[in-house]
Design a protein around this ligand. Structure first.
Ligand code: PMV
Length: 326
């Protein structure tokens, strides 16, 4: 049995968001979502199983994880141990190629890479679908990072979650677009997406409106992606993101991930659009702004975003691949 394996997975940015769970232990989403996997941002993870006892060890970018962070990964590793019928401890080394301190969501690429490396090292040969189900249990959005290009994650109905997995709908080479990530100076530490979802679903009077309309957004988005219609994809993505943030802002206590520069970037994108540039923004559980555009507009747009005060750097990504063993 192979005892060690290394895998790489890429980050993904949702165009129709996952926000809220129908069951929290298995990370079963209240709604389906659709994302774009990006080539520029990835996590590389090596896993070694050892029978020599001790505890699971995880090093992220060279620093050992402890406490709650380590416990969360340990509980997820128990699922792998159960699948493989082993009691071994894991030694994990994981590295992000993008600025971790920038507060970019890294859990999607992290759990996607971990799912493949941990199962392969344990001698398991899971299908992409089963990897998606396993990765989902670490971080919901990780279900989507198993695949490249444009990816849809099914909500599913079953209590055991076996029908809640992601599937690719358009391969990376089938539609070339650019996603720019404007990284802002880190503000106060934001509330985690897990806690944010709980507060929102329990307290926002707008959450019902989210649930009532998100599946229609998803159907329209799927159609627009398959038609490779950038303006339509962008318009739906922007509206869906604003609707998600509206549920957060109307929660109690309020969850406001935006910084002043976040709002300045939104205005900038709208102004550029009025001037004829096809650019569309989206934001997740943090202040950074991601902007979708056509490849030919990306360099100019990058310059425009960098000129907004508060923007530290702008990363540029195109459709990237699914998880692979190295
Ligand atoms: O997978 P999580 O728990 O990091 O949640 C991701 C939530 C959003 O990034 C806000 C939306 C999404 O679909 O990725």
């Amino acid at each position: 049995m192979t005892r060690r394996a290394t895998a790489r997975a890429h980050a993904n940015i949702a165009l129709v968001k996952y926000w809220g769970k129908r069951q929290s232990d298995l990370n079963l989403p209240a709604n389906g979502s659709l994302s774009l996997t990006l080539d520029a941002m990835h996590t590389t993870t090596a896993v070694e199983w050892t029978t020599s006892g001790g505890i699971d060890e995880v090093a992220l970018n060279g620093s050992r994880l402890e406490g709650r962070e380590l416990a969360k990964i340990g509980a997820w590793l128990d699922r792998v141990r159960q699948l493989a019928g082993i009691q071994d401890r894991a030694r994990i080394e994981t590295v992000n190629n993008f600025p971790t301190a920038a507060g970019l969501a890294s859990s999607a690429s992290a759990y996607a890479a971990l799912a493949l490396a941990a199962t392969a090292a344990a001698g398991l040969d899971l299908s992409p679908r089963d990897l998606s189900i396993l990765a989902r249990q670490g971080s919901g959005s990780a279900a989507r990072s198993i695949f490249g290009g444009f990816v849809e994650w099914q909500r599913g109905d079953r209590p055991d979650g076996q029908d809640s997995f992601a599937e690719p709908i358009l391969a990376p080479e089938d539609w070339d677009v650019r996603m720019l990530v404007a990284v802002l100076e880190p503000g106060p530490k934001p509330i985690s997406s897990r806690d944010g979802m709980t507060v929102t679903t329990e307290t926002s009077p707008m959450y019902g409106a989210w649930l009532a309309t998100v599946e229609a957004d998803l159907a329209a988005m799927r159609e627009a992606v398959l038609a490779r219609d950038l303006d339509r994809v962008g318009a739906i993505a922007e509206a869906n993101c604003l609707k998600m943030h509206a549920t957060m802002i109307t929660s109690s206590p309020m969850i406001l991930y935006w910084q002043p520069a976040t709002v300045a970037l939104m205005h900038r994108v709208v102004t550029l659009r009025h001037a004829g540039l096809g650019a569309y923004f989206t934001m997740d559980a943090g202040p950074n702004v991601k902007v979708l555009c056509a490849p030919g507009d990306a360099e100019r747009l990058k310059g425009e975003l960098l000129a907004v005060p508060g923007v530290q750097e702008v990363l540029m990504g195109k459709p990237g691949p699914g998880v692979v063993l190295l």
